[in-house]
Ligand binder design. Structure first.
Ligand SMILES: [Zn+2]
Length: 387
């Protein structure tokens, strides 16, 4: 059999398997988690999901996340902490290149501020002051610096994105807790007439200095309605059982509560996501989740109505209605059957910008998702290649 025929046969078998549930992740946990979820008879509602990554870029995690997203044609949003782009950062040039790469690959580049600080005050659960938050001038300076660095990294394309999105570190600025609102009122920083927290929060958002500042710089605000809780872990990936539990919990949560696009919060500084994101994407897609880009996400009006997304116009006009309306819970969800997965053994070629089937290639041969030299025993023993 000549090589062309082998390539053709390989391509046909790849195309046929693509109709079934297909794993692109080769991690041992992928099948294990899939089997476990299958046994749990998970009821997954086919939600739309938009993946968002905060605090990066990181030289260890972001390139891997970009690679996995590209392989699956998923476009996400990256909320950049722009201290990573400052010349005082050891890897600022590499970090800028990553921001540029993410934008070129169709992801939305968004702003997470310069220093990872609260844009209003920040209290812990007991009411102790953790961070005072920025003054008006500091807020302005921080945002201007952020915008400048993002434009510098993208050749001015950052500010041309429509709409421009900002996310406050810790979600602070748009969603103060009851204790934080009370503290601001006690300190005389803000005056609210509402009696209940819900009333006060609604009022606060209409005049919130952090929200007004970002809107003045052309930003809308995007929060999240799915927290991966990866911030509870360190930078290094945890042991296998913990990682597995993290992945399963995320898949189950993304599968629940439909009727609104899931805006999922992850961090591209956490190494666990190098393994978790491909598995969540593969199994999620198998269960019916649709990973949508920023534009598709923004078309979901529910995100505005529930305050997950607050548009620049609404901030400026103080017309933020229903922002604290609870999300509709769905009591019963139809079960989504998942066919037996077929492991995708193809390999992506950076050089040729296309996917090669198992046991095909040239000087390098694709074997079970990895490239080997044509002369490698793994290839010689397992692939029937003719020279
Ligand atoms: Zn953050």
């Amino acid at each position: 059999m000549n090589r062309v025929l082998i390539l053709l046969l390989g391509f046909l078998s790849f195309s046929a398997s693509a109709e079934n549930c297909s794993f692109k992740s080769h991690h041992e946990l992928a099948q294990e988690i899939y089997d476990e979820i299958g046994q749990s008879a998970l009821k997954c509602v086919p939600n739309s999901v938009h993946l968002t990554f905060d605090d990066g870029p990181s030289q260890t995690v972001t390139p891997e996340i970009l690679k996995e997203l590209k392989l699956r044609k998923i476009q996400a949003s990256f909320f950049v902490t722009t201290t990573n782009l400052d010349p005082s950062h050891a890897k600022y040039q590499e970090n800028r290149a990553l921001v540029q790469q993410a934008m070129n690959e169709g992801h939305m580049i968004a702003d997470h501020g310069f220093e990872h600080n609260a844009y209003d005050l920040r209290l812990d659960a007991s009411g102790k002051l953790l961070e005072k938050g920025f003054s008006q001038k500091e807020r302005e300076d921080q945002i201007q610096k952020s915008v400048d660095y993002l434009n510098w990294s993208t050749g001015g394309k950052f500010s041309k994105q429509i709409p421009l999105m900002f996310r406050f570190p810790y979600g602070r600025g748009a969603m103060p807790s009851e204790k934080e609102l009370k503290h601001m009122m006690d300190e005389g920083e803000i005056h609210l007439s509402g009696k209940t927290y819900a009333e006060q929060l609604k009022e606060y958002r209409q005049i919130s200095p952090p929200l007004q500042t970002i809107a003045g710089h052309g930003f809308s605000h995007l929060g999240w309605n799915h927290d991966s809780h990866d911030s509870s872990f360190g930078i290094k990936s945890p042991e296998k059982t913990i990682l597995k539990d993290y992945i399963i919990k995320n898949i189950k949560a993304l599968c629940s509560n439909p009727k609104i696009t899931k805006v999922a919060l992850f961090h591209d500084i956490k190494e666990m996501n190098i393994t978790a994101i491909p598995i969540i994407a593969d199994i999620g897609q198998c269960l019916g989740l649709k990973f949508v880009n920023a534009q598709t996400m923004m078309a979901d009006q529910q995100l505005n109505k529930t305050g997950v997304m607050v548009s620049k116009q609404d901030i400026i006009q103080g017309q933020i209605e229903n922002v604290i309306k609870g999300l509709a819970e769905v009591e019963s969800s139809p079960k989504v059957e998942c066919s037996k997965p077929v492991v995708d053994k193809s390999c992506w070629s950076e050089q040729y910008q296309k996917s090669y089937p198992h046991c095909s290639g040239g000087d390098s041969v694709c074997f079970e998702g990895k490239w080997y030299a044509r002369t490698d025993p793994v290839v010689k023993d397992n692939c029937q290649l003719k020279d």
